[in-house]
Each structure stands twice: as C-alpha cells, then as structure tokens.
Design a protein around this ligand. Structure first.
Ligand code: ADP
Ligand code: MG
Ligand code: ZN
Length: 494
C-alpha cells in the first residue's frame, strides 16, 4: 500500500491522461446465451432459471443463434472483422456464478479490430468484442450495500447466463469528456442495430475504465489501473479524472503506479484498491468442451449488414454536408454547428432538419431551430409536420417573422400543430418593416446617448445592450439581425 498523498484536481499542468474502456453490453435477445430461459430485467428473482443456467451437473449448453447475429451486427457497425470464434471456460468461484466458471471468448473473439467516430471527428480504435455469459446479481443486505458490514447477501440467478458482448477499446481516449462521448456513441450504435436497449441504469451497459497518465509529449504509455463500478456517464467522467489525478500525485511523490483493479466509490468521489496484479486470479482458461467453434458464414454476415441502419456518424456527416451546401456556413465540427449537429442526431431529429432543407429551408436556420428549440421537446418534435416546419423556416429567412416570433410560432406548432402562416396571423405576429426598425434604433439612440456614442466610436460589446433595448421597445417584433444591420449602417456612416 502506498502512503496517502494529496490528490490534485484534474487537469494537472504538464500531464496527460490515457484511457481505454471495456464496455459490457447485455444483448437484447429473447432468451439467455446457452438456454431457453427468458432474458428480462426486473422479473421476480430466480424465476428465469433452469438446470443449464444454474449449472446443474449433466446439463449442456446450446448456443443462442440470436446472440451471434447481434454480435455480428455490432461487429459490422464498428467495422470489425467478424470471424470464427471459440468459447473458453474462465474459472473462478463466486456465489453469483453457479457453475464456478464463466463461459467467455478468450483469445479467439468473434469481432476483431474496427473503430468508432466521436461527434468531433476523432476516431477511437476497437481492439475486439467477445461474447460471454453474465453472472447472477448479488445484493448485500444491511450495512451500506457493500459486502463488508452486510448481515447477509441475496443472489438472483435471473441474470446468470444472459448474453453479454464485451467491447474493448484501444487506449485512444485522452479526457473524461472523450470517455463519456465514446460510451454515448457506442450506446447509440448498439441501440441503432438493435443489440441493446442501452439502459445504463438497468445495468444493460456496464463500463470498466483503464486509466494511466504520462507527461505531455511522452510516447510510451504509463502503467494502468482498471476502475470498476461505473454506473453512469457521470461516474465514468468523475472516476477517470480522479484516478488520473491520483496517479499523478503518486508519481510526483516519487512513487510508482501499481497495476491493479480499483473500485470507484461514488459517495466518496475516489477510487480504492480492490486487488493488485499479484493477487489477480489465475482463471485457468481452457476451451469449453461442450460447445463447438462459431464460424459466421456469408449468409450471416449478409443478414448483419442488411440489419445495420444508417449510423450516427453517417447521419452527422449528412447534416454537415447539407450545411456546407448552404453556402457561407462553416461546417467545422467543433463550435456551435458541430454541437448542434451532434445534439440533433442524438435526439433522432436529423430527419426533420433534412426534410425541411429538402423543402427549401435554410440549412443553418433549420438546424438551429431544431437543436435549440425543438429538441427541448423531442417527442413533440418527432411528430412535427415537416412541411409546416419548413414553411416556418422559409418565413423567418424571408424576414416575414423575427427570430423571436418564429420561436413563438414554433412553440405553437410543437404544442398543437397547424399552419405557421395562420398561427402568425392569428396572433398578430409579423416582422417589422425595415423602416420601423430604423425608427426604433433612432429612439433608442436618443434615449441612451452615452451608449450610442460608444457604439459609434467602435466599442463592440455595447451592441448587445442596444439590440436588447430595440427588441424590448419593439415587443420582440424587431428581428435581431435586422437591428444589427441598422446599427452597423449607422456606424459606417458616422
Ligand atoms: P485485461 O485482460 O488485462 O483487462 P484487455 O486487453 O482486456 O486487458 O483490456 C485492456 C484495456 O486497457 C483496453 O481497453 C486497453 O485500451 C486499455 N489499456 C491498455 N494499456 C493501457 C494504458 N497504458 N493506459 C490506459 N489504458 C490502457
Ligand atoms: Mg480487462
Ligand atoms: Zn436457463
């Protein structure tokens, strides 16, 4: 055990964190991996069991073809090589595992290689994805939920034998945000191909994070620790940063990082050592004698390809394509458009944007209205009539409605539907003619001579104040861009 050190707050100047994630996803098959028991969350404990998943002597496993199909789909989606694989027995003793070994793929996994693209365009490599069976679930009763201090433990074997796909990333992640973005992206892909329901809170997706640190500029990787018990994206981010900071503290104090498994304590906001490499189990892997190797044939791969829909990265690329066609809009992936594209695809509203653009809406405007307004009510937005939304965008772009007015009409469209022109007319919403905007600017200039003088003298930051005043005086009818144009014209004349 290393002596206690004070842990700094991440980021620490001059240091870089490196992370690789192991994501276990429960496949949404109807039945378990090696028996016909129901694969369902939340059933009465120990009702979905049989001799196979309870590991009774003499029972024999039969591989679930649906699990193989789903694993192949994930492989296709990640660009992996989907290949012949072999099951091994991984031997260890724990009450949640009635057979005292877990059937898992070891050195011949079903998927090898591949990658995934984050919304900001960074690619994260995939090492492999392998099939294995889940364990049962233990609940420690009494105390604080940990085994130490519990009065007794309960075990539910409904989960024993549920198919898992463990997806292992390359150590390509460099920040907590990237680690979270990776899991969010992987989750979206798993849901899109129908492999998982993606419910982290139900344990459908469980993440272990391998973390190391090194000095910025170092080419070699530091020694890693594996952090377990990450139950949400938030815990993942906090744990990765805390673990990196802890390792830096150890190194700065002259110590060395021991390769070990650590446990994230959400309530304390820190990781604690579980077991070191020396204490690591010897799993005595050997080939599972009751199962033959799984060799995906051409027909299976064809079915897998056909079942993979357009994935989030391609959907984002399509929106970026629309944006750059729109002219002067910078299709940069970072910055506001990048964030809007990511948000719109994440909430399944990219079809609304694309459909509106097809019907003559300005791409950047349609994107902004969906990302900033419609996405706040995703269910209503998915029901929105595309033509009505496109019409609204055309009205705003033509200057018939100010931005504020367009947002009001959009709110009505989301709540009750209808025709944007009729909604605007019924509420007396119409943008001011250009002459009226100039009128409001003149009166604001007269009421605030000091600010007006600073604006004419070239002070940029006073623009917000002046535009705000005009908006207020016009009761939101003036269009912000039109006001700005009048201000600019006044200054260039001055
Ligand atoms: P093990 O069986 O020891 O867990 P795996 O190959 O299954 O090894 O997983 C190793 C994980 O650790 C991968 O996600 C990999 O990207 C990550 N990893 C490997 N080396 C490092 C390192 N130096 N720093 C951070 N992560 C690492
Ligand atoms: Mg591991
Ligand atoms: Zn069973």
């Amino acid at each position: 055990m290393s002596a206690a050190v004070t842990v700094p707050v991440w980021p620490v100047e001059g240091w870089e964190l490196v992370a690789g994630l192991e994501v276990h996803t429960e496949l949404s098959t109807a039945t378990k991996l090696f028996c016909g028991c129901r694969n369902a969350f939340g059933d009465v404990p120990n009702t979905n069991t049989c001799p196979v998943c309870l590991g009774l002597p003499g029972s024999l496993p039969v591989l679930n073809a649906e699990a193989v199909e789903l694993a192949a789909r994930v492989g296709v989606a990640l660009g992996s090589d989907v290949r012949r694989s072999l099951f091994h027995r991984k031997n260890y003793f724990y009450p949640d595992m009635p057979k005292n070994y877990q059937v898992s793929q070891y050195d011949e996994p079903i998927c090898v290689g591949g990658s995934l693209e984050l919304p900001d365009g960074v690619r994260i490599g995939i090492v492999r994805a392998h099939l294995e069976e889940d364990t049962g679930k233990t609940t420690h009763v009494g105390g604080d939920g940990r085994i130490h201090g519990a009065s007794h433990s309960l075990v539910d074997y409904n989960r024993a034998g549920v198919p898992l796909l463990e997806i292992v990333s390359e150590p390509d992640l460099r920040s907590a945000e990237q680690a979270r973005a990776y899991v969010a992206e992987l989750r979206a892909i798993l849901v899109a191909v129908g492999a998982s329901d993606g419910r982290m809170e139900e344990g459908s997706l469980r993440v272990d994070a391998n973390v190391s640190v090194r000095r910025v500029g170092d080419a070699t990787l530091g020694t890693r620790c594996e952090v377990k018990n990450l139950n949400s994206l938030r815990s993942l981010g906090r744990a990765v940063e805390h673990e990196a900071a802890r390792q830096v503290a150890v190194l700065l104090a002259g110590g060395t990082v021991a390769q070990e498994t650590r446990h994230w304590r959400e309530d304390e906001g820190r990781t604690v050592a579980m077991r070191s490499k020396e204490e690591a189990f010897d799993y005595r892997y050997f080939p599972e004698p009751d199962l033959v190797p799984v060799a995906p044939d051409a027909a299976l791969l064809e079915r897998a390809r056909a079942a993979v829909p357009m994935l989030p990265a391609a959907r984002r690329a399509r929106l970026f394509g629309l944006l750059s066609r729109g002219g002067d809009q910078d299709p940069a992936r970072a910055g506001a458009p990048g964030a809007q594209v990511a948000a719109v695809v994440a909430s399944d509203l990219d079809q609304l944007v694309a459909g509106a653009v097809e019907r003559g809406a300005e791409p950047a405007l349609a994107l902004a209205r969906v990302a900033n307004e419609a996405a706040a009510e995703p269910d209503a937005a998915r029901r929105l009539d595309v033509e009505a939304f496109a019409h609204l965008c055309r009205m705003e772009a033509a200057g018939e409605l100010s931005a504020t007015q367009a947002k009001t009409v959009l709110g009505v469209l989301l709540a009750e539907g209808g025709d944007p022109a009729e909604i605007a007319a019924a509420r007396g919403l119409a943008a001011l003619p250009a002459g009226a905007v100039e009128e409001f600017v003149r009166s604001v200039a007269a009421a605030h001579p000091e600010e007006w003088g600073r604006w004419l003298a070239g002070e940029e930051k006073v623009a917000g104040f002046l535009v705000g005043r005009v908006m207020r005086e016009s009761g939101g009818r003036a269009d912000g861009k039109a006001v700005r144009a009048v201000l600019d014209a006044a200054r260039s004349r001055a």
